[in-house]
Design a protein around this ligand. Structure first.
Ligand code: ZN
Length: 664
């Protein structure tokens, strides 16, 4: 009966005439500097039960309450700067400056919101205001805005805290990084020594340092300040916990309730054993339609790669697309067995690759406004090994990217001819989805390490190599007839859209994200250039090349099968490097292909791109959750509103969800 009812509702919904189905959804919201703000739709939300909607609502509140944490993790002055700028912004009438001055100031504040601080979210470089310190001081004076004078050099002096995270060889990475994972005066050597003594070497280790800041006490000893209720960031975590407890009553099943209980207890105590239990419970929760991440998760922003940045994403299963990823997952062993890697590096049994496609319902912390398009957690290797991991791709965000990009002139400028443009228009989005699925669902989970080799053997190049490995796995199989056989691609030529896109992006067009004269630093960008430039360098028979036409460079693929062979060769080598923990080889290949930029090509790409007036980085605004309650306070309805603008959203978040003191 339920099934029948579901079909009926679905049929009605398609014909319901509600405006989101009939009118064009407004994906583009705002644009400033190199950033564009988009809006994402949340399809199928209307089809969820009230219980599921209520659960999402409570989890979205838990997500929003953590926003301040990331600002503070990204730099100890960030909250002070954000608050001073917001206070000024709200007193525009008292400032009485020119519209032009005001626009410049507004742009700076928009950028601070986007980066959750004063450093570019991707390049890690501090961005400087286009207004002067004198203007800012005078404006604050007129508006009666008080602020800590210590923020002035942090905002205006290019020499102060120039990098959010340094990766430079031979410097004290902590001293050279503005990130707030270590207290003032803590050196890299001291922190490393502390981690070395406290490291848990048991078979089910605690992730020591995941949820703490290392500081010096009065005696000069290194001590931990733990992120927990009653501890560091406790004022925010209290609210997070409150909403996780609210969410508990709407849990879909006992396993999900257990996940919430463990996470609540972990936030209350900071006990890392509870964090492990939470991760295990979370991996095992495969039945719930609604899922979430909430807490200290990715460690990319800590220069030592140990402490997690706070993030949250609430989501629910996209049923149709999940079937697609599941098909890939079910064939994980076939993919493992047929890849080009040496048999001794293959997993005899690929397990625990859960695949699903999700619809994001709220983004927060390090997932907002810029966001990943996939999630692959937990990060602890022993849990992944023993219990598996969850891997998801986020369809509605990818859909928003694609929709927002339509008609911006990019493909006309950079793709070589109408033929490839036609293939790309037809199959580009499909190949993109499939490649992400292959990357997340089978790529990362493939292969094994040789005995004695640890995950951190490749040190600072580990992320680049790992991302390259997953990307290559996906690229190699994108052209496999197996995908057509599985019904995932309509014909054996469709993959060309994905191949062209990868090569063009990796070798040329992703350079639009790099400032002139700068190296590539971010791991995913490094991996993409590594693949493209290695392939170009090894294309002995001109399988693929960059040609000049009318003074412009174009990527040209002459032999798609040959290109696939090259991807396969590189996959084998990257797998070997990973399995053997071959640090010198990792360093050599990354330094040769991934880091340095060809300056002439870079200049050309930037000039061509500038003419198109497109922002290279995208982020999102969230929908607004509107809740109705009855007299008893029970939730009777949850609806989504998609009209809030970027500035309004951030001002509201800062007004309604900002519990941390300015100095933590
Ligand atoms: Zn990845």
């Amino acid at each position: 009966m339920n099934k029948h009812l579901f079909i009926c509702i679905a049929a009605v919904c398609l014909l319901c005439g509600c405006n989101r189905h009939n009118q064009s959804f407004q994906y583009n919201v705002d644009k400033f500097y190199d950033l564009e703000i988009l809006r994402y739709d949340v399809p199928e939300f209307d089809q969820l039960t009230l219980q599921q909607k209520s659960l999402i609502y409570c989890l979205s509140e838990a997500a929003l309450w953590g926003r301040d944490i990331l600002f503070d993790q990204n730099g100890r002055y960030n909250l002070r700067i954000r608050r001073a700028c917001e206070a000024l912004y709200l007193n525009k009438d008292k400032v009485q400056c020119t519209d032009q001055d005001w626009a410049v100031f507004e742009k700076y504040l928009k950028r601070v919101w986007f980066s959750n601080g004063i450093h570019h979210h991707y390049s890690e470089d501090k961005f400087l205001p286009e207004f002067t310190q004198e203007w800012f001081v005078a404006a604050c004076d007129k508006a009666g805005v008080t602020y800590d004078a210590a923020i002035l050099p942090v905002m205006f002096d290019p020499a102060v805290m120039p990098k959010r995270m340094s990766q430079q060889d031979g410097v004290d990475l902590i001293a050279e990084s503005a990130g707030n994972y270590y207290g003032e005066g803590v050196t890299q050597a001291e922190a490393e020594a502390w981690y070395a003594t406290h490291k848990d070497n048991s078979p089910e280790p605690l992730w020591i340092g995941l949820n703490s800041q290392l500081v010096k006490n009065e005696k000069g000893e290194i001590v931990e300040r733990v992120y927990q209720v009653g501890g560091l960031y406790g004022e925010a975590l209290e609210h997070v916990v409150y909403w996780l407890k609210e969410a508990r009553q709407y849990a879909e099943n006992d396993q999900q309730r257990l996940v919430l209980d463990k996470l609540i207890a972990f936030n209350e105590t900071g006990d890392l054993k509870l964090f492990n239990e939470y991760c295990i419970a979370w991996v095992k929760d495969l039945d719930s339609r609604v899922d979430f991440v909430n807490g200290f998760t990715e460690t990319y922003s800590d220069p030592l790669g140990i402490t997690g940045t706070w993030e949250s994403m609430v989501n629910f299963k996209d049923m149709k697309a999940t079937r697609r990823a599941q098909l890939i997952s079910e064939n994980a062993q076939w993919f493992e067995d047929h890849s080009t890697t040496d048999p001794k590096y293959k997993k005899e049994e690929v397990k625990g690759v859960s695949a699903k496609v999700i619809t994001a319902a709220i983004l927060a912390g390090d997932c907002y406004p810029a966001t990943p398009i996939g999630i692959n957690l937990p990060n602890a290797n022993w849990i992944r090994k023993a219990y598996g991991s969850k891997s998801v791709t986020i369809d509605n965000l990818m859909h928003a990217y694609n929709e927002a990009a339509k008609g911006n002139g990019f493909n006309e400028e950079f793709m070589i001819d109408d033929e490839i443009r036609a293939i790309y228009t037809e199959y580009g989005a499909q190949c993109g989805d499939l490649h992400t699925d292959l990357h997340e669902c089978v790529g990362h989970g493939s292969g094994k390490l040789m005995p004695g080799v640890t995950k951190d053997a490749l040190k600072e190049h580990a992320s680049t190599i790992e991302e390259a490995r997953a990307d290559l796995f996906g690229l190699y199989y994108l052209a496999d007839p197996k995908l057509v056989e599985l019904g995932l691609l309509p014909n054996t030529g469709a993959y060309k859209a994905g191949y062209y896109q990868q090569m063009m992006n990796g070798a040329m067009t992703q350079l639009v994200r790099i400032e002139p004269g700068k190296d590539i630093e971010e791991a995913h960008m490094r991996n993409r250039q590594l693949i493209a430039n290695w392939v170009l360098d090894h294309a002995a028979n001109k399988e693929v090349e960059i040609i000049m036409r009318d003074g412009k460079s174009f990527l040209q693929i002459n032999d798609y099968e040959g290109l696939r062979r090259l991807y396969g060769e590189l996959l084998a080598e990257i797998q070997r490097i990973t399995s053997e923990g071959d640090y010198p080889a990792a360093k050599a290949i990354v330094e040769k292909y991934a880091v340095k930029v060809n300056p002439e090509l870079h200049k050309e790409v930037l000039e061509r791109f500038a003419k198109l007036n497109i922002a290279p980085y995208k982020g999102f605004v969230n929908p607004v959750y509107k809740v109705e309650r009855n007299a008893d306070g029970d939730i009777t309805d949850v609806a989504l509103d998609f009209t809030e603008g970027y500035v309004e959203q951030h001002l509201r978040y800062s007004r309604d969800y900002s519990p941390l003191p300015s100095v933590n």
